[in-house]
Design a protein around this ligand. Structure first.
Ligand SMILES: [Zn+2]
Ligand SMILES: [Zn+2]
Ligand SMILES: [Zn+2]
Ligand SMILES: [Zn+2]
Length: 132
């Protein structure tokens, strides 16, 4: 045991020991409450919902504004905790109102589908019908 070793947790942000009894555990590390902040707006994330984006924590409002993928159907950002379907560049809410056939509106969640430039089809027939 080296001199200076301590039972105190070390902050993943500033690399100093944490002497306060209150601290945040996140991403497998310990943090001063003030040092686990949103990378964009600096709000303290203790107890808040956050999303790891390229190894940086961001709060939910910042995530929704700057990072969330947009649903190809309704054009709204997909919430971090929402179910989504991704195909190539495109993403959809995994819900009947968004992830459905452009031809016949059949819900395609859990179904076979074809995608073309953000449009979804249940079958070759629907694809032909819609393209025509
Ligand atoms: Zn710190
Ligand atoms: Zn933020
Ligand atoms: Zn949607
Ligand atoms: Zn269809």
């Amino acid at each position: 045991r080296h001199y200076g070793d301590s039972e105190k947790p070390r902050c993943g942000g500033c690399d100093e020991l944490i002497f306060s009894n209150e601290y945040t555990q996140a991403e497998g590390q310990n943090w001063h409450l003030k040092h686990f902040c949103c990378f964009d707006c600096d709000c303290v994330l203790a107890g808040e919902t956050y999303v790891m984006e390229s190894d940086k924590p961001v709060c939910q409002p910042c995530y929704m504004e700057s990072y969330a993928v947009k649903c190809a159907a309704c054009q709204k950002p997909v919430e971090p905790e929402a179910q989504r379907v991704s195909y190539g560049e495109h993403h959809w809410h995994a819900e009947p109102r968004c992830f459905k056939c452009s031809g016949c509106s059949t819900c395609l969640v859990g179904q076979r589908f074809m995608a073309q430039q953000g449009s979804l089809f249940c079958s070759v027939e629907c694809k032909k019908k819609t393209a025509a």
